[in-house]
Design a protein around this ligand. Structure first.
Ligand code: G3P
Ligand code: MG
Length: 254
C-alpha cells in the first residue's frame, strides 16, 4: 500500500478516560473537574440519546450501574434523566451529581480550551440517529473549538451517520479486537485514526496505520510503563484512567 501523508494530530498525548478514570463517577462534571485538577487537557466521554432525541453522557445502555434509575437509558426523556443521581453509586462525596448533557459538557470544554474525544455510544437500534445527532451537536456547539472534537465509535452505522451529516468532523474507528480488514474499514469510513484496545497494538500495527495515513489512539492503558512503551512505539494518544499516576505534561509517572 502506498504511503500517505499523516493528518494533523492536535490532541494531547494523554486523554482522561470518562473524565477522571475511576476516581470520580464516570462521565460526570465532577469527573471532568477532577481530571482537570490533575492537569489533563483532553477528555474522552460516552454519549447516547434520550427518548426525545437529546444527547447526554452515559456509558451503559441501561441506567442501573451508574445512576439511581432503572431500565434502558433511551426510555427516558432528557427531563426525566435530569432527575437521576449519577454520583451516589461511586460514593457519598458525589451524591446528587447529575447526568451531563453534551451541550453542557462542550460548553465547559470550550471555555477551558480542553480537547475532546466524543465516543458515540448508541443504545441498540439507535445507531444511525445517535451518530447523526451527536455530529450535528458537536459541529454546531464547537464551531470555534480548536482542535475540533474527535468523534469515535465501535458502531460503523454511527460513524457512517456522522460522516454523512458532518463530514468535516474527524472520526476514529474503535475496535476491541482488530479485524483482519481494519485498514479497509478505516478507509471506507474516511477516518483519521485507528482507536483500539491497547492490548492489540504492536509496533508493526502502528507502523502499518501510519504508513497508510492513519493516526493511532488506544484505550485504556493504566500502567505507566505500558503507557510509555506504547508512546515509544509511536502511538499518537493514549486514553487512560490513571490520571493520578500519569503526568499529562510529560506522560511519565508523577
Ligand atoms: O473510547 C475508548 C473507550 O472508552 C472505549 O471503551 O467501554 O470504555 O467506552 P469504553
Ligand atoms: Mg468510552
Amino acid at each position: 500500500m502506498s504511503r500517505r501523508v499523516l493528518p494533523p494530530w492536535p490532541y494531547p498525548r494523554l486523554v482522561a478516560h470518562r473524565g477522571a478514570g475511576k476516581l470520580a463517577p464516570e462521565n460526570t462534571m465532577a469527573a471532568f473537574r477532577l481530571g482537570a485538577s490533575f492537569g489533563y487537557r483532553a477528555f474522552e466521554f460516552d454519549v447516547k440519546l434520550s427518548s426525545d432525541g437529546r444527547s447526554f453522557l452515559l456509558h451503559d445502555a441501561t441506567l442501573e450501574r451508574t445512576t439511581s434509575g432503572q431500565g434502558r437509558a433511551d426510555a427516558l426523556t432528557l427531563g426525566e434523566l435530569a432527575m437521576l443521581d449519577a454520583g451516589s453509586w461511586h460514593g457519598p462525596a458525589f451524591a446528587g451529581e447529575g447526568l451531563p448533557t453534551l451541550t453542557g459538557v462542550l460548553r465547559y470544554m470550550q471555555a477551558n480550551r480542553f480537547a475532546v474525544n466524543i465516543e458515540i455510544k448508541p443504545t441498540p437500534g439507535r445507531e444511525y440517529q445517535t451518530g447523526a445527532a451527536v455530529a450535528i451537536d458537536a459541529r454546531h456547539l464547537c464551531a470555534d473549538m480548536q482542535p475540533l472534537p474527535l468523534l469515535s465509535s465501535f458502531s460503523e452505522v454511527a460513524l457512517e451517520a456522522a460522516r454523512q451529516t458532518e463530514p468535516t468532523l474527524p472520526r476514529a474507528h474503535l475496535f476491541d479486537r482488530l479485524p483482519s480488514d481494519w485498514l479497509a474499514r478505516l478507509e471506507r469510513l474516511d477516518c483519521v485514526a485507528l482507536d483500539v484496545n491497547h492490548r492489540e497494538l504492536t509496533p508493526e500495527v502502528i507502523a502499518q496505520a501510519h504508513d497508510a495515513g492513519f493516526r493511532v489512539l488506544c484505550y485504556t492503558a493504566n500502567d505507566p510503563e505500558r503507557v510509555q512503551l506504547l508512546l515509544r512505539w509511536g502511538v499518537d494518544s493514549v486514553i487512560t484512567d490513571a490520571v493520578d499516576l500519569l503526568d499529562p505534561d510529560t506522560s511519565l509517572s508523577r
